[in-house]
Design a protein around this ligand. Structure first.
Ligand code: ZN
Length: 411
Protein backbone atom coordinates (compact mmCIF):
# COMPACT_ATOMS: atom_id res chain seq x y z
CA UNK A 1 0.00 0.00 0.00
CA UNK A 2 1.35 3.35 -1.04
CA UNK A 3 0.33 6.91 -0.40
CA UNK A 4 0.37 8.98 -3.58
CA UNK A 5 0.49 12.76 -3.41
CA UNK A 6 -0.19 14.33 -6.80
CA UNK A 7 -0.14 17.94 -8.00
CA UNK A 8 2.15 19.24 -5.28
CA UNK A 9 4.73 21.94 -5.34
CA UNK A 10 7.75 20.33 -3.74
CA UNK A 11 10.20 22.11 -1.46
CA UNK A 12 12.72 19.34 -1.01
CA UNK A 13 14.61 20.81 1.95
CA UNK A 14 17.87 21.51 0.10
CA UNK A 15 17.00 25.15 -0.43
CA UNK A 16 16.36 24.65 -4.16
CA UNK A 17 13.28 26.45 -5.48
CA UNK A 18 9.96 24.62 -5.22
CA UNK A 19 8.98 22.64 -8.29
CA UNK A 20 5.80 20.92 -9.37
CA UNK A 21 5.73 17.21 -8.75
CA UNK A 22 4.18 14.11 -7.27
CA UNK A 23 5.43 11.70 -4.67
CA UNK A 24 4.77 8.04 -3.83
CA UNK A 25 5.36 6.88 -0.27
CA UNK A 26 5.81 3.24 0.59
CA UNK A 27 7.06 1.43 3.68
CA UNK A 28 7.53 4.72 5.53
CA UNK A 29 9.80 6.23 2.93
CA UNK A 30 9.64 8.32 -0.20
CA UNK A 31 9.63 5.66 -2.90
CA UNK A 32 9.33 7.84 -6.00
CA UNK A 33 9.25 11.48 -7.03
CA UNK A 34 7.92 12.39 -10.43
CA UNK A 35 7.29 15.62 -12.34
CA UNK A 36 4.08 13.98 -13.60
CA UNK A 37 1.12 12.57 -11.73
CA UNK A 38 1.55 9.06 -10.38
CA UNK A 39 -1.33 6.68 -11.06
CA UNK A 40 -2.68 5.17 -7.85
CA UNK A 41 -3.26 1.43 -7.74
CA UNK A 42 -5.80 -0.58 -5.76
CA UNK A 43 -5.03 -0.29 -2.06
CA UNK A 44 -3.21 3.05 -2.34
CA UNK A 45 -4.24 6.25 -0.59
CA UNK A 46 -4.44 9.08 -3.11
CA UNK A 47 -4.11 12.74 -2.20
CA UNK A 48 -4.59 15.59 -4.63
CA UNK A 49 -2.35 18.35 -3.27
CA UNK A 50 -4.00 20.87 -5.58
CA UNK A 51 -0.85 22.99 -5.77
CA UNK A 52 -0.11 23.02 -2.07
CA UNK A 53 3.49 22.83 -0.93
CA UNK A 54 4.92 19.47 0.06
CA UNK A 55 7.95 19.86 2.33
CA UNK A 56 9.88 17.90 4.92
CA UNK A 57 8.64 18.08 8.50
CA UNK A 58 10.45 20.60 10.65
CA UNK A 59 12.85 20.02 13.52
CA UNK A 60 12.84 22.07 16.73
CA UNK A 61 16.51 22.23 17.70
CA UNK A 62 16.00 23.71 21.17
CA UNK A 63 12.96 21.87 22.48
CA UNK A 64 11.68 21.98 26.04
CA UNK A 65 8.63 19.73 26.11
CA UNK A 66 8.60 19.88 29.92
CA UNK A 67 8.59 23.67 30.03
CA UNK A 68 4.92 23.90 30.91
CA UNK A 69 3.31 26.68 28.92
CA UNK A 70 1.84 26.02 25.49
CA UNK A 71 -0.38 27.82 23.02
CA UNK A 72 -3.22 25.75 24.50
CA UNK A 73 -2.50 26.25 28.18
CA UNK A 74 -0.85 29.07 30.11
CA UNK A 75 1.08 28.04 33.22
CA UNK A 76 2.34 30.95 35.31
CA UNK A 77 5.62 29.45 36.55
CA UNK A 78 7.87 26.49 35.89
CA UNK A 79 6.88 24.12 38.68
CA UNK A 80 4.31 21.36 38.25
CA UNK A 81 3.71 18.27 40.38
CA UNK A 82 5.16 15.15 38.70
CA UNK A 83 1.88 13.74 37.39
CA UNK A 84 0.88 17.08 35.91
CA UNK A 85 4.36 17.54 34.47
CA UNK A 86 4.23 14.17 32.71
CA UNK A 87 0.84 14.85 31.17
CA UNK A 88 1.85 18.38 30.21
CA UNK A 89 5.01 17.16 28.47
CA UNK A 90 2.99 14.58 26.53
CA UNK A 91 0.50 17.26 25.57
CA UNK A 92 3.31 19.59 24.47
CA UNK A 93 4.74 16.83 22.28
CA UNK A 94 1.39 16.51 20.56
CA UNK A 95 1.20 20.29 20.19
CA UNK A 96 4.60 20.47 18.46
CA UNK A 97 3.53 17.78 16.02
CA UNK A 98 0.24 19.58 15.38
CA UNK A 99 2.35 22.59 14.38
CA UNK A 100 4.48 20.71 11.86
CA UNK A 101 7.44 19.71 14.01
CA UNK A 102 8.01 16.06 13.22
CA UNK A 103 11.34 16.01 15.08
CA UNK A 104 12.64 17.63 18.23
CA UNK A 105 16.06 17.79 19.78
CA UNK A 106 15.65 18.29 23.49
CA UNK A 107 17.51 21.08 25.22
CA UNK A 108 16.86 19.73 28.69
CA UNK A 109 13.97 18.66 30.85
CA UNK A 110 12.47 19.36 34.26
CA UNK A 111 12.70 15.69 35.14
CA UNK A 112 15.62 13.38 34.78
CA UNK A 113 13.73 10.50 33.21
CA UNK A 114 10.45 11.87 31.86
CA UNK A 115 11.59 12.59 28.29
CA UNK A 116 13.16 9.17 28.04
CA UNK A 117 9.76 7.56 28.77
CA UNK A 118 8.03 10.06 26.54
CA UNK A 119 10.35 9.30 23.61
CA UNK A 120 9.66 5.59 24.07
CA UNK A 121 5.88 6.19 24.02
CA UNK A 122 6.16 8.37 20.92
CA UNK A 123 8.49 6.02 19.06
CA UNK A 124 6.23 3.04 19.78
CA UNK A 125 3.32 5.09 18.36
CA UNK A 126 1.43 5.13 21.65
CA UNK A 127 1.44 8.91 21.88
CA UNK A 128 1.54 11.60 19.20
CA UNK A 129 4.66 13.72 19.08
CA UNK A 130 7.84 14.55 17.23
CA UNK A 131 10.57 11.94 17.01
CA UNK A 132 12.56 12.98 20.02
CA UNK A 133 16.16 13.07 21.10
CA UNK A 134 15.43 12.92 24.83
CA UNK A 135 17.42 14.79 27.40
CA UNK A 136 17.78 14.61 31.13
CA UNK A 137 17.66 17.62 33.41
CA UNK A 138 19.54 20.80 32.67
CA UNK A 139 22.58 20.54 34.84
CA UNK A 140 23.44 23.79 36.57
CA UNK A 141 24.27 25.02 40.01
CA UNK A 142 21.09 26.32 41.73
CA UNK A 143 19.95 29.95 41.49
CA UNK A 144 17.01 31.89 42.88
CA UNK A 145 14.98 33.02 39.87
CA UNK A 146 11.33 32.02 39.74
CA UNK A 147 11.82 31.00 36.10
CA UNK A 148 14.79 28.83 36.94
CA UNK A 149 14.37 25.37 35.44
CA UNK A 150 17.02 23.99 37.83
CA UNK A 151 16.55 22.78 41.40
CA UNK A 152 15.74 19.35 40.07
CA UNK A 153 18.32 17.41 41.96
CA UNK A 154 21.58 17.80 43.83
CA UNK A 155 24.56 18.41 41.65
CA UNK A 156 28.01 17.58 42.89
CA UNK A 157 31.09 19.53 41.89
CA UNK A 158 34.32 18.25 40.42
CA UNK A 159 35.16 16.10 37.40
CA UNK A 160 34.05 12.85 39.04
CA UNK A 161 30.60 14.33 39.70
CA UNK A 162 30.07 15.64 36.17
CA UNK A 163 31.28 12.36 34.64
CA UNK A 164 29.04 10.38 37.00
CA UNK A 165 26.09 12.56 36.05
CA UNK A 166 26.66 11.91 32.34
CA UNK A 167 27.03 8.18 32.91
CA UNK A 168 23.92 8.08 35.07
CA UNK A 169 21.81 9.93 32.47
CA UNK A 170 23.18 7.74 29.67
CA UNK A 171 22.45 4.58 31.63
CA UNK A 172 18.77 5.50 31.99
CA UNK A 173 18.47 6.28 28.28
CA UNK A 174 19.08 10.00 27.76
CA UNK A 175 20.62 10.77 24.38
CA UNK A 176 21.53 14.43 24.81
CA UNK A 177 22.79 15.69 28.14
CA UNK A 178 22.53 19.36 28.83
CA UNK A 179 24.93 21.56 30.75
CA UNK A 180 24.69 25.26 31.39
CA UNK A 181 28.31 26.09 30.60
CA UNK A 182 27.66 29.76 31.26
CA UNK A 183 24.83 31.30 33.25
CA UNK A 184 21.86 33.22 31.90
CA UNK A 185 21.68 36.98 32.36
CA UNK A 186 17.94 36.96 31.75
CA UNK A 187 17.63 35.09 35.05
CA UNK A 188 20.53 36.61 36.95
CA UNK A 189 22.18 39.88 35.85
CA UNK A 190 25.69 39.31 34.50
CA UNK A 191 25.43 35.53 34.61
CA UNK A 192 25.76 35.03 30.84
CA UNK A 193 29.41 36.00 31.16
CA UNK A 194 30.09 33.69 34.11
CA UNK A 195 31.31 30.15 33.67
CA UNK A 196 29.39 27.64 35.76
CA UNK A 197 31.83 24.78 35.26
CA UNK A 198 35.57 24.38 35.31
CA UNK A 199 37.50 23.05 32.36
CA UNK A 200 38.26 19.86 34.31
CA UNK A 201 34.56 19.26 34.96
CA UNK A 202 33.61 19.71 31.31
CA UNK A 203 36.51 17.67 29.95
CA UNK A 204 35.47 14.83 32.26
CA UNK A 205 31.87 15.14 31.08
CA UNK A 206 33.06 15.04 27.47
CA UNK A 207 35.18 11.99 28.01
CA UNK A 208 32.32 10.15 29.70
CA UNK A 209 29.87 11.19 26.97
CA UNK A 210 32.11 9.63 24.34
CA UNK A 211 32.52 6.49 26.44
CA UNK A 212 28.75 6.25 26.97
CA UNK A 213 27.96 7.18 23.36
CA UNK A 214 25.72 10.15 24.18
CA UNK A 215 25.78 13.76 23.04
CA UNK A 216 26.47 16.86 25.10
CA UNK A 217 24.39 19.98 24.67
CA UNK A 218 25.49 23.29 26.12
CA UNK A 219 24.01 26.63 27.05
CA UNK A 220 26.85 29.01 26.23
CA UNK A 221 26.65 32.79 26.01
CA UNK A 222 30.17 33.76 27.08
CA UNK A 223 33.07 33.45 24.63
CA UNK A 224 34.95 31.29 27.12
CA UNK A 225 31.88 29.06 27.48
CA UNK A 226 31.81 28.50 23.71
CA UNK A 227 35.52 27.66 23.73
CA UNK A 228 35.17 25.22 26.61
CA UNK A 229 32.16 23.64 24.90
CA UNK A 230 34.13 23.04 21.71
CA UNK A 231 37.18 21.84 23.59
CA UNK A 232 35.30 19.30 25.67
CA UNK A 233 33.39 17.95 22.67
CA UNK A 234 29.87 19.38 22.97
CA UNK A 235 27.83 18.52 19.87
CA UNK A 236 25.24 21.30 20.22
CA UNK A 237 25.79 24.78 21.59
CA UNK A 238 22.96 27.22 22.17
CA UNK A 239 23.24 31.01 21.96
CA UNK A 240 27.04 31.54 21.51
CA UNK A 241 26.11 35.22 21.90
CA UNK A 242 29.46 36.66 22.93
CA UNK A 243 31.66 34.41 20.80
CA UNK A 244 34.89 36.25 19.93
CA UNK A 245 37.23 35.58 17.00
CA UNK A 246 38.97 32.75 18.83
CA UNK A 247 35.63 31.14 19.70
CA UNK A 248 34.52 31.47 16.06
CA UNK A 249 37.77 29.86 14.89
CA UNK A 250 37.22 27.00 17.30
CA UNK A 251 33.60 26.51 16.20
CA UNK A 252 34.75 26.49 12.59
CA UNK A 253 37.38 23.87 13.36
CA UNK A 254 34.60 21.42 14.37
CA UNK A 255 31.96 22.55 11.88
CA UNK A 256 31.32 19.05 10.58
CA UNK A 257 30.47 17.87 14.08
CA UNK A 258 28.86 20.78 15.90
CA UNK A 259 25.48 22.52 15.60
CA UNK A 260 24.57 25.97 16.87
CA UNK A 261 21.07 27.21 17.64
CA UNK A 262 21.12 30.96 18.32
CA UNK A 263 17.71 30.66 20.03
CA UNK A 264 16.13 33.93 19.05
CA UNK A 265 12.49 33.06 19.85
CA UNK A 266 12.84 33.54 23.57
CA UNK A 267 14.70 36.81 23.02
CA UNK A 268 11.98 38.31 20.84
CA UNK A 269 9.28 36.99 23.18
CA UNK A 270 10.98 38.68 26.11
CA UNK A 271 11.03 41.97 24.24
CA UNK A 272 7.35 41.56 23.27
CA UNK A 273 6.07 40.40 26.67
CA UNK A 274 3.54 42.40 28.65
CA UNK A 275 4.09 40.99 32.12
CA UNK A 276 1.53 41.26 34.94
CA UNK A 277 2.27 44.06 37.43
CA UNK A 278 3.83 41.76 40.04
CA UNK A 279 6.48 40.63 37.59
CA UNK A 280 9.29 43.02 36.81
CA UNK A 281 10.87 42.15 33.46
CA UNK A 282 12.86 45.36 33.08
CA UNK A 283 16.18 43.66 33.47
CA UNK A 284 15.20 40.72 31.25
CA UNK A 285 14.12 43.08 28.51
CA UNK A 286 17.37 45.04 28.68
CA UNK A 287 19.33 41.84 28.39
CA UNK A 288 17.17 40.60 25.51
CA UNK A 289 17.74 43.82 23.56
CA UNK A 290 21.49 43.40 23.96
CA UNK A 291 21.40 39.72 22.97
CA UNK A 292 19.32 40.49 19.88
CA UNK A 293 21.71 43.17 18.66
CA UNK A 294 24.73 40.98 19.39
CA UNK A 295 23.29 37.97 17.62
CA UNK A 296 22.28 40.01 14.59
CA UNK A 297 25.98 40.74 14.17
CA UNK A 298 27.09 37.23 15.13
CA UNK A 299 24.91 35.05 12.91
CA UNK A 300 26.35 36.29 9.58
CA UNK A 301 29.84 35.52 10.90
CA UNK A 302 28.81 32.00 11.90
CA UNK A 303 27.25 31.46 8.47
CA UNK A 304 30.36 32.71 6.67
CA UNK A 305 32.36 30.09 8.47
CA UNK A 306 30.00 27.33 7.41
CA UNK A 307 28.75 26.48 10.87
CA UNK A 308 25.43 24.66 10.84
CA UNK A 309 22.80 26.93 12.37
CA UNK A 310 19.30 25.78 13.28
CA UNK A 311 16.11 27.49 14.38
CA UNK A 312 14.76 26.62 17.80
CA UNK A 313 13.86 29.14 20.39
CA UNK A 314 13.41 27.92 23.94
CA UNK A 315 9.63 27.71 23.66
CA UNK A 316 7.69 26.71 26.80
CA UNK A 317 8.14 29.70 29.07
CA UNK A 318 4.95 31.52 30.10
CA UNK A 319 5.53 34.30 27.56
CA UNK A 320 7.00 32.03 24.85
CA UNK A 321 4.68 29.03 24.60
CA UNK A 322 5.31 25.59 23.12
CA UNK A 323 3.48 25.49 19.79
CA UNK A 324 4.77 28.88 18.67
CA UNK A 325 8.04 27.26 17.54
CA UNK A 326 7.70 28.14 13.86
CA UNK A 327 7.93 31.79 14.79
CA UNK A 328 11.70 31.36 14.87
CA UNK A 329 11.62 31.07 11.07
CA UNK A 330 10.05 34.49 10.68
CA UNK A 331 12.53 35.94 13.16
CA UNK A 332 15.46 34.54 11.19
CA UNK A 333 14.17 36.25 8.05
CA UNK A 334 13.59 39.47 9.96
CA UNK A 335 16.77 39.60 12.05
CA UNK A 336 19.34 37.33 10.42
CA UNK A 337 18.77 38.13 6.73
CA UNK A 338 17.84 34.58 5.85
CA UNK A 339 15.53 34.06 2.91
CA UNK A 340 12.51 31.89 3.69
CA UNK A 341 14.07 29.04 1.67
CA UNK A 342 17.32 29.30 3.60
CA UNK A 343 15.67 29.11 7.00
CA UNK A 344 13.40 26.31 5.80
CA UNK A 345 16.49 24.40 4.72
CA UNK A 346 17.89 24.90 8.23
CA UNK A 347 14.66 23.71 9.84
CA UNK A 348 14.41 20.63 7.62
CA UNK A 349 17.67 19.37 6.06
CA UNK A 350 19.83 20.49 8.97
CA UNK A 351 17.11 19.21 11.28
CA UNK A 352 17.70 15.72 9.93
CA UNK A 353 21.40 16.17 10.59
CA UNK A 354 21.03 17.34 14.19
CA UNK A 355 18.81 14.32 14.82
CA UNK A 356 21.77 12.20 13.70
CA UNK A 357 19.79 10.99 10.67
CA UNK A 358 21.03 13.28 7.89
CA UNK A 359 21.30 10.35 5.49
CA UNK A 360 17.58 9.53 5.79
CA UNK A 361 15.70 12.45 7.33
CA UNK A 362 15.03 16.08 6.50
CA UNK A 363 14.61 15.99 2.72
CA UNK A 364 11.92 15.07 0.23
CA UNK A 365 14.14 12.59 -1.53
CA UNK A 366 13.82 9.04 -2.72
CA UNK A 367 14.74 6.65 0.07
CA UNK A 368 14.29 9.24 2.81
CA UNK A 369 11.83 8.77 5.65
CA UNK A 370 8.45 10.24 4.81
CA UNK A 371 8.16 12.89 7.53
CA UNK A 372 6.24 15.35 5.39
CA UNK A 373 3.96 18.37 5.53
CA UNK A 374 1.47 19.63 2.98
CA UNK A 375 1.13 23.38 3.39
CA UNK A 376 -1.58 25.63 2.04
CA UNK A 377 0.38 28.36 0.26
CA UNK A 378 4.08 28.71 -0.39
CA UNK A 379 6.22 29.02 2.76
CA UNK A 380 9.25 29.80 0.57
CA UNK A 381 7.40 33.03 -0.24
CA UNK A 382 6.03 33.69 3.24
CA UNK A 383 7.45 31.61 6.01
CA UNK A 384 4.86 32.96 8.48
CA UNK A 385 2.32 30.58 6.94
CA UNK A 386 3.83 27.85 9.10
CA UNK A 387 2.78 29.60 12.30
CA UNK A 388 -0.88 28.80 11.65
CA UNK A 389 -1.53 25.11 12.06
CA UNK A 390 -4.70 25.35 10.01
CA UNK A 391 -2.39 25.85 7.00
CA UNK A 392 -1.03 22.35 7.52
CA UNK A 393 -3.29 20.11 5.47
CA UNK A 394 -1.25 17.02 6.03
CA UNK A 395 1.23 15.91 8.67
CA UNK A 396 2.93 12.60 7.93
CA UNK A 397 5.44 10.72 10.02
CA UNK A 398 7.30 7.81 8.52
CA UNK A 399 4.53 7.41 5.97
CA UNK A 400 1.72 7.43 8.54
CA UNK A 401 -0.90 10.13 8.14
CA UNK A 402 -1.08 11.83 11.52
CA UNK A 403 -3.20 14.51 9.93
CA UNK A 404 -4.86 13.40 6.72
CA UNK A 405 -6.16 15.90 4.17
CA UNK A 406 -9.93 15.92 3.88
CA UNK A 407 -9.68 14.81 0.25
CA UNK A 408 -7.50 11.76 0.80
CA UNK A 409 -9.05 8.70 -0.83
CA UNK A 410 -8.55 4.99 -0.48
CA UNK A 411 -8.31 3.63 -4.01
ZN1 ZN B 1 16.62 26.36 26.78
Amino acid sequence: MRTIINNARIFDGTGSPTRPGSVAIENGRVAAISPDNIAPQAGDIAIDADGKTLMPGMTEAHAHLTWPTSVEKFVPGMFLPPEELALTAARNARILLDHGFTSAYSAGALSKSLEISLAEHINSQGLPGPRLIPSSVEREPPNDSELDPGHVQDHGRGPEATAAFVKDCADIGAKAIKFLISGESALKPGASLELLYTEDELMAAGEQARASDVWLTGHAHAAEAVKLGVKSGFRVLYHCTYADEEALDMLESVKDFIFVAPTIGIVQATLDANPPPHMDMTHMKEDAALVLETQKALVPKLRERGIRLLPGGDYGFPFNPNGRNARDLELWVEHFNYTPSEVLQAATALGGEIMGMGNELGLVKEGYLADLLLVDGDPTEDVRLLQDKTNLHMIMQEGRLYKAPANSQHV
